[in-house]
Design a protein around this ligand. Structure first.
Ligand SMILES: *Cc1c(COP(=O)(O)O)cnc(C)c1O
Length: 400
């Protein structure tokens, strides 16, 4: 079937809740993907950082095949022989005390919201139904109703209300605003270490450390949404390590399965997840043996194949090379690890989308976030030669 036919069918039968680039991919390996006509592209999006380990990593694939021959789903009505090992390995890696496995990132966020409210009532002593959670403007935490209710993106919210109460917004990167927004009813502050969907927005140095101090001082649970920044993307296992601090709750997803399967998790101290009792939360697929086997291997691959170190080194190189590109449309080039963005001036004709389409024709796939930012987030297995190749194309895309 031809590209045009796939697009026609999708447009006719599918909801139009995405506006993808018109490329029909059918195969992937490492940082490379191929379309139905056999044309090869470098993937500079990594499925929003879900394929940090590279497409179809053979070790994760084998783990998935092997586990799927033995057992895929038990539900949590019974135990399975993968869950305990997943818990043990992830807790050791992240120095967490408790884990709750879910599937999508949004479910991990919802789980955290439920649990910190419960903690607020049962431990902090907040009056019933009074709990407040503080979030940041321009946040992205997923697409479920509770989550979009505290989004500040009008397009994500419009005509989907009414929304759940109990959320308050402060500017991202402003520790003082957080301090002033906290009341006796505040149970948690939830923040992305670097705002991904907002366009790779990096907070001022010391922000997370200060946020940590404020939360500790005011007895507020600090939730870091590391669904995009975590698992090597920024050059550390978790982005919190850049500031030498630790969240109370950390949310991970996306690359937790290396792109094979939806797996997410809430990582926690004893105090918050320790409050859940049987029947109060759950998921049919959460913690299933296939997900656990895949996640275990995806984590091992990340560490054993030194992908996190590579992310730090190659990220620094990529950023340095991109910063050398001079063009009047470029407002800023910024990034940490392999989470990089080029922001254009708002008057740029065609915006970031036009650059992405040009890059696609040249064999690089990336996606605009909002109208004027192009994100570069290739799989963490990228090499210096690959980056040199990509930078040549990106430079050429800015000519004229
Ligand atoms: C992608 C993402 C989510 C949502 O994950 P889904 O698996 O799409 O539900 C939440 N938070 C952040 C920071 C994300 O990047």
């Amino acid at each position: 079937m031809k590209t045009e036919s796939y697009i026609e069918i999708e447009d006719k039968l599918g909801a139009h809740n995405y506006k993808p680039l018109d490329v029909i991919l059918s195969r992937g390996e490492g940082i490379w993907v191929w379309d139905v006509d056999g044309k090869k592209y470098m993937d500079c999006l990594s499925a929003y950082s879900a394929v940090n380990q590279g497409h179809c990593h053979p070790r994760i694939r084998d783990a998935m095949i092997e586990q799927s021959r033995r057992m895929t789903l038990t539900s949590r009505a019974f135990r399975n022989d993968q869950l305990a090992l997943f818990y043990q390995e992830i807790c050791q890696m992240t120095r967490s005390h408790k884990v709750l496995p879910m599937n999508s990132g949004a479910e991990a966020v919802e789980t955290a919201v439920k649990c910190v409210r419960k903690w607020g009532y049962e431990t902090k002593g907040v009056d019933r139904d009074r709990a407040e959670i503080i979030v940041c403007s321009n946040n992205f935490h997923g697409r479920t109703l509770a989550i979009i209710g505290f989004s500040t993106d009008d397009n994500a919210r419009k005509n989907f209300g009414p929304f759940a109460p109990g959320f308050k917004t402060v500017p991202f990167g402003d520790a003082r605003a957080l301090r002033e927004a906290i009341t006796p009813n505040t149970v948690a502050f939830m923040v992305e270490p670097i705002q991904g969907e907002a366009g790779v927005v990096i907070p001022p140095d010391g922000y997370l450390k200060e946020v940590r101090e404020i939360c500790t001082q005011k007895n507020v649970v600090l939730i870091l949404d590391e669904i995009q920044t975590g698992l090597g993307r920024t050059g550390k296992l978790l982005a919190e390590e850049h500031e030498g601090m630790e969240a109370d709750l950390t949310l991970i997803g996306k690359a937790l399965s290396g792109g094979f399967y939806p797996v997410s998790a809430v990582l926690s101290n004893e105090a918050v997840l320790g409050l859940l009792q049987p029947g109060q939360h759950g998921s049919t697929f959460g913690g299933n043996p296939l997900a656990c086997a895949v996640a275990r291997e995806a984590l091992k691959v990340l560490i054993e194949e030194k992908m996190i170190e590579n992310s730090a080194q190659m990220g620094e190189y990529f950023l340095k090379e991109l910063k050398k590109i001079e063009h009047p449309a470029i407002k800023e080039v910024r990034g940490r690890g392999l989470m990089i963005a080029i922001e254009l001036y708002p008057e740029t004709k065609g915006g970031a989308r036009a650059v992405c389409e040009k890059l696609m024709a040249m064999g690089i796939l990336c996606k605009e976030t909002h109208t004027y930012t192009i994100r570069f987030a290739p799989p963490l297995v990228i090499t210096r030669e690959d980056i040199d190749w990509a930078v040549d194309k990106i430079r050429a895309a800015f000519v004229d």
